[in-house]
Ligand binder design. Structure first.
Ligand SMILES: Nc1ncnc2c1ncn2[C@@H]1O[C@H](COP(=O)(O)OP(=O)(O)OP(=O)(O)O)[C@@H](O)[C@H]1O
Length: 544
């Protein structure tokens, strides 16, 4: 271990505690954390499958960090940059090759300052200036640190799967119970901000995280149901049965005249969707937060393909393809936060403010009516229905059993790990996809199968152009990719496999479409694949 600079700790520190929860006195002097320690921790976390060992490695680093370093440490280990996008592309990163430094000297705070400077380098000549800053940073980094920085800046360390362990580690390192930490994370959507609050202000600071109009919360998610009947039985009849539309999730916020529209991944797309903004601005209220799905329709009122809806999210100006909103939840209305009230009350609020734009739904139907609603949804070209417990609270960011999706086909969102060169008609194209499921404990995706079924000529051309941009390495037959792209696969089920590392393989998998709205962190887990094994009772949310 290298000698590190000793610095007086300048801020009031919420007492870090040992893993057992016993409070330890805050050291008067702290050593600054080196980037090297972050890299070592990242490797330790990736190198073990044990959730406990991962949490302990993260906690061990966090208790050594000064509060001023916590934000960067938590962000980087989650694969995020607190600066957001800093305008460094794959090509720039690939072109960097300063000789690595022989020993580690970079401190977390220095690297963070350099990233701030990079983010603020804009305007004329900024590409060259950014490159120069990057070269300077990389020339001070060891080989291991360089690799880490490339992956961090390239977005390849983004590990949503680590969120669970990181939340546990933040709570343990700050000596706080887990629930308030989780809740603050749900409401802020930012683990690093949650960690800073936990360390600096403890429970009071965490309690200050409220639903804030204008700041998106992570959307509540659903679990797959075995069937409509099983969902109705499990939720005991007191349910809302709603169309499941195949559009894109939106969360709209309005405070007075100001409107925001966010995506499933909390991206602000207000500027791209003026028709939604106008509609929300006209609702009869002063402030509101609504959750829903948006869709473009054909002239005959049928849903347009998902890709066409998504294409609107990147656009700057109003296009011919109009988006329609279908709201299904109300999280705030005229000053009242509704996250912690039952769905039945939230739906009453939704009816008050936007009944004309509610998703088609029936409340507490008898099984026959629920079945008719499902058939009607499919007839209209939608995916199926959602069955939601009317007594459930809004669990932001959680995939639980209170919302269950009923679809006639099994689909999974999987990570593309590589693709084989095609033969015959597909010679020269990257074709057969290697598919991976997410490791719920934050390890690399686990391969569960291959398929080239369902790939259109257009997709083959697209894959062949796109995949080399994500290449990690290749051999004679296959181009292997960084685990970034998510593809939606339809399948008949799963089978036990001795060939694949997770012990499970997809049956009759075919490609439905790519999911540019999802990152590898949003992909389905290996547990979701195992849940499709015949006779399996493992549920995708990990509940018994
Ligand atoms: N009535 C509805 N209630 C909730 N979500 C709905 C509804 N109709 C459509 N959806 C969409 O379904 C998604 C909920 O399903 P799930 O939690 O499984 O998310 P997902 O992983 O994006 O699923 P999928 O790939 O099936 O869209 C929501 O994110 C939303 O986009």
């Amino acid at each position: 271990m290298r000698p590190a600079e000793v610095q007086p700790s300048s801020r009031v520190v919420h007492h870090p505690a040992s893993f057992s929860g016993a409070a330890a006195a805050p050291p008067r002097y702290r050593r600054r954390v080196l980037l090297e320690s972050v890299v070592e921790t990242s490797e330790a976390v990736a190198g073990t499958r044990s959730r406990r060992a991962k949490t302990e490695a993260l906690r061990g680093l966090l208790v050594r960090a000064d509060p001023t370093e916590v934000e960067s440490v938590v962000s980087w280990l989650s694969g995020e940059l607190s600066q957001g996008r800093i305008g460094v592309g794959f090509r720039t990163l690939a072109g960097l090759d300063p000789a690595p430094a022989p020993s580690a000297s970079l401190e977390v705070s220095e690297v963070s300052a350099i990233l701030d400077a990079l983010a603020n380098t804009t305007g004329r000549g900024s590409a060259a200036a950014r490159r120069a800053r990057l070269e300077a940073l990389f020339s001070r980094a060891t080989a291991g640190e360089q690799r880490f920085l490339v992956r961090l800046l390239g977005g390849d360390l983004r590990q949503g799967a680590l969120e669970g362990v990181m939340t546990d580690a933040v709570a343990a390192a700050a000596g706080l119970p887990i629930e308030p930490v989780r809740r603050a994370f749900m409401l802020s959507g930012r683990l690093s901000a949650t960690a800073v609050a936990a360390f600096e202000g403890g429970l009071d600071a965490l309690a200050a995280f409220r639903l804030e109009v204008g700041r998106p919360v992570r959307p509540m998610l659903a679990s797959p149901a075995e069937s409509l009947a099983s969902a109705l039985t499990e939720l005991d009849g007191g349910v809302s049965v709603e169309y499941k539309l195949d559009g894109a999730r939106i969360q709209v916020h309005r405070a007075g005249d100001q409107v925001w529209v966010f995506t499933r991944t909390l991206r602000d797309i207000t500027g791209s969707v003026p028709e939604l903004v106008d509609l929300v601005a006209g609702l009869p209220c002063t402030s509101v937060v609504l959750d829903g799905e948006t869709l473009a329709l054909t002239d005959s009122g049928r849903p347009r393909p998902f890709q066409e809806t998504m294409s609107r999210f990147g656009a700057r100006s109003e296009r011919e393809l109009l988006l329609h909103p279908y709201f299904f939840d109300c999280l705030h209305l005229d000053g009242a936060d509704l996250l912690d009230v039952p769905l039945s009350d939230r739906l009453t609020a939704l009816d008050r403010v936007a009944s004309a734009h509610r998703i088609p739904a029936v409340a507490s139907p008898l099984p026959d009516l629920a079945q008719e609603h499902l058939a009607a949804s499919l007839d209209h070209g939608h995916e199926g229905v959602m069955v939601k417990s009317l007594t459930s609270l809004y669990s932001a960011g959680r995939r639980g059993r209170a919302w269950q999706k009923v679809k006639p086909e099994h689909t999974l969102d999987l990570v593309v790990l590589g693709a084989e060169w095609g033969y015959g008609r597909r010679t020269g194209y990257l074709s057969n996809l290697h598919l991976g499921a997410r490791d719920p404990d934050g390890g690399p995706p686990i391969m569960v199968g291959k398929t080239f079924k369902g790939l259109t000529d257009e997709l083959l051309r697209w894959q062949t152009g796109e995949f080399p941009l994500h290449e990690s390495h290749r051999d004679a037959h296959t181009v292997y990719l960084e685990p970034r792209l998510v593809v939606e696969i339809e399948l008949d089920g799963a089978q036990v496999s001795t060939r694949y590392p997770g012990g499970v393989a997809l049956r009759f998998a075919r490609v439905l479409r790519y999911r540019p709205d999802k990152s590898a962190a949003d992909a389905d887990t290996i547990d979701a694949v195992r849940a499709l094994l015949p006779g399996s009772h493992v549920r995708s949310d990990g509940l018994p």
